[in-house]
Design a protein around this ligand. Structure first.
Ligand SMILES: *Cc1c(COP(=O)(O)O)cnc(C)c1O
Length: 373
């Protein structure tokens, strides 16, 4: 018998405790400067995010969901429009569309768990204005295929890149393919802060200027004059300071996540009961550079496997509480997406975080093998 280990899916305490001294110093610094809202730490963070992603502009906001809604609004999405998105995403993608007044139209995910480009065209109508691509699990979709469809029907592309900071397709960062995108700094995200936080990336100056107004009550920063209806959705300067600190070792974080994914792949590949995500591609001009926000597999007898892992001290998660967005019937969706519904009987996320040792990952894999024997 193996010794039973305790491997939580995500360790929220450790996020703080592993770096406690530095966090306390940051809080003291911000407090003693009285620098809470829209201060230099935020401006610095926005600059480094724009530079890191190769985006023209970055705007810190209260959370990614607000960010997506505001960038859709800035791009002109409004009542009467339809916006296509993949049903394997957080409800936030759809609610951001909903609150612009537009209708969110869910489509199927493919076997890579991202939006199925072949599912987009059949969902297009006269009213379709845009596609929101969720760059799920830290992997960027095949944006070439999606761009071809967008061009053909004159649709705008937006990205829910909440899970994908630093992920690339053909060397180009998630969040930079369309009009704009959101990124999340929720604590369990790859770059997490100690609370809620988000960012918008955009390329066009006119969109950027609208976003600056939208996130701050419609107020012009220079004159203080109110120029439009807006929200209160600013990224706290304290969270920005924490993010500046956490971003310093972001390359190492991604490197470690890719290592963990490689171990999972090495230990689990060849098992017919499982379908694994593609392993990290280490080649110079990789088509996909994945950052592994999550390690989401498809598994036979998923629920039994999950209990077996739990009995052995291993925390797992089924994304979105086990339902694709169109399955939340209380939101008014009438679509049926059998392919995605089938996926949701099989998907499971294995632990993927910075507290895992190589031995932990191998332990998880051994328990999975044991289950299927
Ligand atoms: C986390 C997440 C969001 C929401 O991010 P918040 O910052 O919590 O608003 C949206 N979409 C996806 C795909 C996410 O994973």
């Amino acid at each position: 018998m193996n010794e039973v280990k305790n491997i939580p899916f995500f360790n929220y305490q450790s996020l703080f405790l592993s770096d406690e001294t530095n966090y306390i110093d940051i809080i003291k610094d911000i407090g003693s400067r009285g620098a809470y809202i829209m201060q230099s730490d935020l401006a610095n963070f926005e600059q480094s995010m724009a530079a890191y992603t190769g985006s023209n502009y970055a705007v810190g906001v209260a959370n990614a969901t607000d960010g997506l809604q505001m960038v859709l609004m800035a791009g002109g999405i409004k009542a009467g429009d339809e916006v296509i998105f993949c049903s394997h995403t957080m409800v936030a993608t759809a609610s951001a569309i909903h609150f612009t007044g537009a209708t969110p139209v869910p489509v199927d995910a493919g076997q890579d768990l991202l939006i199925d480009p072949d599912a987009i065209e059949p969902a297009i109508t006269q009213k379709t204005r845009a596609i929101v691509v969720t760059q799920l699990n830290g992997r960027t979709a095949n944006m070439d295929k999606i761009q071809v469809i967008a061009n053909k029907y004159n649709l705008d592309i937006y990205e829910d890149a909440a899970q994908a900071l630093g992920s690339k397709f053909h060397g180009k960062c998630a969040g930079t393919f369309g009009v704009g995108a959101c990124i999340s700094f929720y604590p369990a995200k790859i770059l997490g802060c100690l609370g809620d936080g988000g960012l918008i990336l955009c390329q066009d100056e006119s969109i950027y200027k609208k976003l600056l107004l939208l996130r701050d009550h419609g107020r012009c920063a220079e004159s203080g004059d109110v120029l439009t209806w807006g929200f209160n959705s600013r990224l706290d300067n304290l969270q920005a300071a924490i993010l500046n600190h956490n971003f310093k070792n972001y390359d190492d974080v991604i490197k470690r996540r890719r290592e963990i994914a490689s171990i999972y792949h090495r230990e689990l590949s060849g098992m017919e009961q499982l379908r694994l995500p593609p392993p990290p591609d280490y080649s110079e001009n990789a088509e996909h550079f994945d950052v592994f926000q999550n390690y989401e597999i498809q598994a036979e007898s998923r629920d039994d496997l999950r209990s077996y892992l739990s009995d052995n001290g291993i925390g797992t998660l089924i994304q979105w509480g086990g339902k694709a967005v169109h399955q939340f019937k209380s939101l008014g969706f009438t679509q049926e997406l059998p392919k995605t519904e089938l996926l949701f009987k099989r998907i499971l996320m294995l632990p993927m975080n910075m507290t895992l040792s190589d031995e932990d990952v191998i332990y998880v894999c051994n328990i999975i093998r044991e289950f299927y024997v």
